[in-house]
Write a protein that binds this ligand. Structure first.
Ligand code: ATP
Length: 512
């Protein structure tokens, strides 16, 4: 049960993450580094579990997908070939009064989202007023205020799409002016021109600066996969269609870095490139669209929290692209991208490297450059989605509690072992059980404070089960298990514990 508004909710999630060892600002004792974060003792466990969920479902459960792990530093020509040197830009705009910098495209997208919101509010208002007799379809088609907002939105959308396609920065500025978009900080419309800003970080390789090549911190993990296409093809038994997956760091010098770990300058991606016969890419695209959204939904965070969003303008390399969006506390935003990348990348690498990046298709008896469908998920965004959906402030009869309702198999700590008191041999008995279970699960032992307080501590980090050892344990050889979400308690024989947990903490609960 949520007791609070989303803005406060988001602030509470951020402070909870720090207080309970999930996420710390980077370089905290030096007051942090903008849009860079560290994962704490509980955060790293949750993050590792999310990686495992992805890896198992993509690599382990697909016979035709293999995983690799490529270096962050790569030959600088790779970024020329991929188009990142010339085209990996965001349009930025400054407000002259507040001196704040914005992404011009995001200002326009937010404006369109506000018009959508207005339309939905109008519909909701009338639904309440007219009750059962409300004809929504007719209302949407005839209400003058809705029609005006819809027209307005469509005009902006068409202009915006055209401007993006033509990279017409003057027109983007003109749209901002015509829509009378104001700076959220100063409230003024005093904007600079729109400029392009390249998002790649660069550095020098070699000990002597002069003459050393400029190299880039990779802005996506995908290129490490493309340049290893031949290596994998030649050293595995894979034949098309097949995929290569990898999890790794990526770096982007984001213009506006805010919203906690949603937009970071150093982050992690989980990407998979699926190589197919040209002409079959749309079949693969649909397959991956469906597979990826159902993977997300199996997490149980709420099916209504997801939606697809088709790209207005596809990137320079793509012929179709869609985002899976998630309902974060600050709005519905991109979580994962699915892109049909054509043969753009392999073709470019073939040209710049001079190496043939082709596949011999025995069925067709011909060589071709495969087409590629990519799934690209931000691990940190997934983490934030899980954390924000799991975070619950609950009112109990005489108390309140904060509980993270993380799917049990993903929880950082699976079981807490709690002797009722710190004496009379209870700690020793508890240690015995701890040692029995620690081989299979990440567990903790806690004997400090009253048992109720210890339960609260575990609720706050999302531990799904607490085991309490009491005096009866010596005679009946049983313990009490308390379940996190229902707070229900049951007595279980010590000899039954392994079986009891193996079902409830199995990957099968979310993978199938
Ligand atoms: P956005 O429009 O939000 O900047 P994008 O369309 O540039 O994202 P992609 O290039 O498609 O993102 O990257 C794939 C995925 O990587 C995204 O869906 C997102 O989950 C993640 N991602 C991208 N940029 C960041 C970032 N700065 N911080 C955290 N995750 C990111």
């Amino acid at each position: 049960m949520y007791l609070i508004m989303s803005e406060d909710l988001f602030k509470n999630i951020i402070s909870h993450s720090k207080e309970y060892g999930f996420i710390f600002p980077s370089s905290d004792i030096y007051d942090g580094l903008s849009a860079v974060y560290d994962y704490g003792q509980n955060g790293v466990l949750l993050k590792n579990n999310l990686k495992e969920y992805w890896w198992k479902s993509m690599v382990q459960m697909h016979e035709n997908i293999v995983g690799i792990d490529t270096a962050i530093f790569m030959h600088p020509k790779i970024w020329k070939a991929s188009g990142h040197v010339d085209a990996f830009n965001d349009p930025l705009i400054d407000n002259k009064d507040s001196k704040k910098r914005y992404r011009a495209d995001v200002l326009i997208e937010d404006y369109m989202a506000k018009l959508d919101e207005k339309i939905e509010k109008e519909v909701e208002k009338s639904r309440k007023r007219f009750g059962d007799s409300f004809d929504e379809k007719l209302f949407r088609e005839t209400n003058p205020r809705i029609l005006e907002n819809k027209d307005n939105r469509n005009v902006v959308e068409v202009r915006f799409k055209k401007a993006l396609e033509a990279s017409n920065l003057d027109e983007i500025k003109k749209i901002i002016e015509d829509c009378e978009i104001v700076c959220p900080v100063s409230g003024s419309k005093n904007w600079t021109d729109v400029r392009q800003f390249n998002l790649m970080f660069s550095t020098q390789m070699g000990s002597v600066a002069e003459g050393a090549d400029t190299i880039y911190l990779r802005p996506e993990t995908a290129q490490g996969i493309f340049v290893n296409f031949l290596n994998v093809l030649n050293t595995s038994r894979q034949r098309i269609p097949f995929g290569i997956a990898q999890i790794g760091k990526a770096f982007r010098n984001e213009i506006v870095a805010r919203q906690f770990i949603f937009r970071m300058r150093e982050f992690e991606q989980m990407e998979m490139q699926y190589f197919v016969r040209p002409g079959t890419e749309m079949v693969a695209y649909e397959y991956w669209k469906n597979t990826r959204i159902s993977w997300h939904k199996k997490l149980g965070l709420g099916e209504d929290k997801y939606r697809f969003h088709d790209h207005l303008k596809t990137a320079h390399y793509a012929n179709a692209a869609v985002d899976i969006e998630f309902d974060f506390p600050f709005g519905i935003k991109e979580l994962e991208g699915i892109h049909s990348r054509t043969d753009f990348d392999l073709k470019q690498h073939q040209e710049l490297s001079g190496k043939k990046l082709q596949y011999f298709d025995p069925e067709l008896n011909e060589n071709y450059i495969p087409y590629v469908v990519e799934t690209s998920l931000g691990l940190d965004r997934l983490f934030l989605a899980v954390l924000s959906a799991a975070y619950t402030e609950e009112k109990l009869e005489n108390d309140t509690r904060i509980v993270l309702k993380i799917p049990p198999v993903l929880a950082p700590i699976k079981i807490a072992i709690l002797p009722l008191v710190k004496k009379d041999g209870l700690p020793e008995k508890a240690r015995e059980i701890f040692n029995q279970l620690k081989l299979d699960y990440h567990i903790v032992y806690d004997e400090k404070d009253a048992v109720g307080r210890r339960y609260r501590r575990q609720d706050a980090i999302g531990t799904p089960f607490c085991i309490t050892i009491d005096y009866d344990t010596f005679t009946d050889h049983m313990v009490t298990i308390r379940e996190r979400d229902s707070m229900a308690q049951e007595r279980i024989a010590i000899t039954e514990l392994s079986t009891y947990f193996s079902d409830k903490l199995s990957w099968k609960t979310i993978l199938n």
